[in-house]
Design a protein around this ligand. Structure first.
Ligand code: NDP
Length: 400
């Protein structure tokens, strides 16, 4: 029986709130707070209508530590689930330390003025969380999140040493729009227009965006053009599994999407420096976000499915072994259950489970941790019964 405060009322926030409400034995009391309270109220109303659970709502600017402290003191939650934007990670962590509550998020900190994400800023909080006897769990969505748990599960049950890790992320869905992103457009476009990066033999190899492509076969989906890009879980996974020789992240993009993206970049709409327009400072990417479809609203006509997993090669009992572990999620199933598309769903479900693991004490450890540092078994057991069943195949052709 615990009280949870969820911050952020976007697509992911909607799913986390739904999933917590479905598990009242653990989450006996739920507060949803965000910058725009009306969005929290709309989610609360949907949940009340669909499953009859009451959600409290509140307004907060999570860039402001005093506002967060006031909010946390008002509701006295046991933990905060941060599903606002990566810009708010540090202010929310500070507020958790000040008020003595546990913390969890799904994306690592990124400064607003620079399109760069890495764990150093949040790992630096380890001692302070330890000293307070508090836990901060980082990156508990799907990727990062489930992909880290998949890797930890492979290391625990299938390998003595993992040597090659390829995380493969396909969205074989169709939302019927000419161009839309599946989560916050600003964060998404910042992420994919950066140089790509992968890890090989102890070093990071930097590559121009979309310069490595391979057609990979995804279960139940078929072949899809997949591109190497940098993704944050690579940083923590190579640290925590030091025997890894090479780690890469692959994501599928359609030609139409890439053409739109190229045009957006070429005309300067992906810029994050302010531009004066009629005497007002406008950040092109923020303006673009305002005109693109809201990812949280894509669900209704979204067909197809996502397929995300880890393809791993390594050694077990002196023999070379390959292993593939994955989940497929249908956008329509996600929509029917929670009113959002599959990308919000695959992020929000693991966030609920991570919080559940912490509150039930199965994953409780003071300090700042990544998901792969926890026991993967209870998490994967719960994932199976929470809408994201997973599958595995041993000694198959990984194509990589
Ligand atoms: P949205 O943009 O749909 O939602 C973000 C929410 O945060 C909005 O409700 C927004 O408020 C709120 N917010 C933004 N700034 C503030 C602030 N200063 N104070 C309070 N609330 C604020 O994003 P998504 O739901 O798509 O994504 C949420 C998070 O999940 C992101 O960090 C994203 O990177 C992460 N993510 C992680 C994935 C994973 O697999 N690990 C995959 C997909 C997403 P408002 O409505 O007023 O704008």
């Amino acid at each position: 029986m615990a009280k949870v405060l969820i911050i952020g009322a976007g697509g992911v926030g909607q799913v986390v709130t739904f999933k917590c409400a479905q598990n009242p034995k653990t989450f006996s009391s739920i507060v949803l707070a965000s910058r725009t309270k009306s969005k929290c109220d709309a989610i609360a109303q949907k949940i009340k209508e669909k499953i009859g659970v009451d959600i409290q709502t509140a307004q907060v600017d999570a860039d402001e530590i005093p506002q967060l402290v006031k909010l946390i003191n008002k509701f006295s939650p046991d933990m905060v689930i941060n599903v606002a934007l990566p810009y708010q990670d540090l202010t929310i962590m500070e507020a958790c330390l000040e008020t003595g509550v546990h913390y969890m998020d799904t994306a690592n900190y990124e400064p607003k003025e620079e399109a760069k994400f890495e764990y150093s800023w949040q790992w630096a909080y380890h001692e302070r969380f330890m000293q307070k006897g508090l836990m901060a769990l980082l990156g508990c969505g799907f990727d990062p999140g489930v992909t880290n748990v998949f890797t930890a599960y492979a290391a625990k049950h299938h390998f003595d040493e993992i040597h090659y890790l390829d995380i493969v992320d396909a969205n074989a869905g169709d939302h019927g729009k000419a161009f839309a992103t599946n989560f916050n457009p600003e964060i998404n476009i910042r992420e994919i227009t950066q140089n790509g990066k992968y890890y090989e033999n102890g070093e990071w190899v930097e590559i121009p965006p979309f310069s490595i492509m391979k057609s990979l076969n995804y279960p139940d989906v078929g072949p899809k053009n997949s591109y190497v890009l940098f993704h944050e879980e690579l940083e923590s996974l190579v640290k925590h599994f030091p025997k890894i020789k090479r780690a890469r992240f692959w994501m599928t993009f359609g030609d139409e999407y890439l053409t739109h993206l190229r045009v957006i970049q070429n005309i300067g709409m992906a810029g994050i420096e302010p531009v004066k327009y009629k005497g007002v400072d406008v950040i092109p990417l923020e303006f673009l976000k305002a005109v693109l479809p809201n990812p949280g609203d894509l669900g209704e006509n979204y067909t197809g499915q996502t397929s995300i997993g880890c393809r791993i090669k390594g050694i077990k009992d002196g023999e070379e072994k390959t292993y593939y572990i994955w989940n497929n999620c249908h956008h329509q199933d996600a929509y029917n259950e929670t009113g959002t598309q599959g990308v919000s769903y695959t992020t929000g479900v693991p966030a609920m489970i991570g919080a559940m693991m912490m509150l039930q004490g199965k994953w409780y450890k003071p300090g700042v941790w990544n998901v792969e540092q926890m026991d993967p078994d209870p998490f994967l057991e719960k994932l199976n019964t929470s809408g994201l069943p997973w599958h595995e195949a041993i000694n198959v052709d990984l194509e990589l």
